[in-house]
Design a protein around this ligand. Sequence first.
Ligand SMILES: Cc1ncc(COP(=O)(O)O)c(C=O)c1O
Length: 399
Amino acid sequence: MTKKTEVDATPAPLKPATQLVTGGRDTKAYHGFVNPPVHHASTVLYPSAEDYLARRSRYLYGRRGTPTSEALENALRALEGPGCTGVALLPSGLAAISTALLAVLKAGDHLLVTDSAYQPTRKFCDSVLSRYGIATTYYDPLIGGGIAALMQPNTRAVFVEAPGSLSFEVQDVPAVAAAAHGAGAVVLMDNTWATSLYFKPLEKGVDLSIQAGTKYIGGHSDVMLGTVSANQATWQRLSEIVYLSGLCVGPDDIYLGLRGLRTMGVRLAQHYQSGLKVASWLAQRPEIARVLHPALESCPGHAIWRRDFAGASGLFSIVFKPVAQSAVYAFIDALNLFGIGPSWGGFESLAIPFDCTNIRTATKWMPGGPTVRLHIGLEDVDDLIGDLERGFAALAAAR
Ligand SMILES: Cc1ncc(COP(=O)(O)O)c(C=O)c1O
């Protein structure tokens, strides 16, 4: 038997659940406390005039970073994987999207955006970016490597979102990224649905990975937060735009984000399990034509989800068999445990009606019946199913 002569000094990479719990912790600096202090800060004092002029200080100014913001940034960076050079915190998910786009685009550039993108992302492109001379073309989310045919000489960025947060098409991110890079464009991704726990954008060819931390990172419907994780190719441009646009997040909100992150693993596992149970139950209901849940075969792009994703969160949609819209409203209104409201990713279940018909431009939205989006929260799943049964009884009565 050959003897091992060298000891491998590289520690095995920590598993995601451990990264969530340990990332960004510096208990020595916190005097032994597990959590960082919440630094309410603007002015930083420098030891001397010379130090001030040379900006010789660990921290420069409240807006430029504090031990509290560093703790969350470091935790997120560990979770994104070794391809992550830096993380920027923004005051909302939409601010993270608009800032990331501004970081990589300039007048005269062309941008490709998935037709399934979060609607305010589209509005930002169509109203703000267009005013600054940046043109946007929307593409079929299922286009995959075929996106190469849409690249123009001035295409500088491709924006992906997988899955779409209403219609749930799962994009082939590696294929889109390969085509984009082949044409010299950078790739941005809204990864709010899967989080960097269930999908690692930077390992799949994405340059700027965006999350609305408002959703699963916060996890308790009490904070607005956005995050952008950048690779080496984009970090300089991202950190410059964040600095020069003066964007920063208040320390209490950063703290809530960090606190949420510590339990995101167990919360997401429960959202996944309960969401799939409810989705599978709904798929058997006679009133439902289709369930748009990436882990079910009925969802466009399901095979890609199986190939690239490590799990699913609690957000998906259902398509009713043709029925009066008013009956679907009666279904939603009869639910006790599902609230009616925007956002998702918190502990509570939600149900909203939606219609993408007037949003899409590159594809036609023809689901064949009324559509409702559900967020499956952390309530007991059998109680949720009981609540949905109440909804179906109301639907039948309203037909
Ligand atoms: C997929 C997706 N991305 C981004 C956002 C924007 O996040 P925020 O509300 O924090 O601006 C949302 C909000 O609903 C969303 O659903």
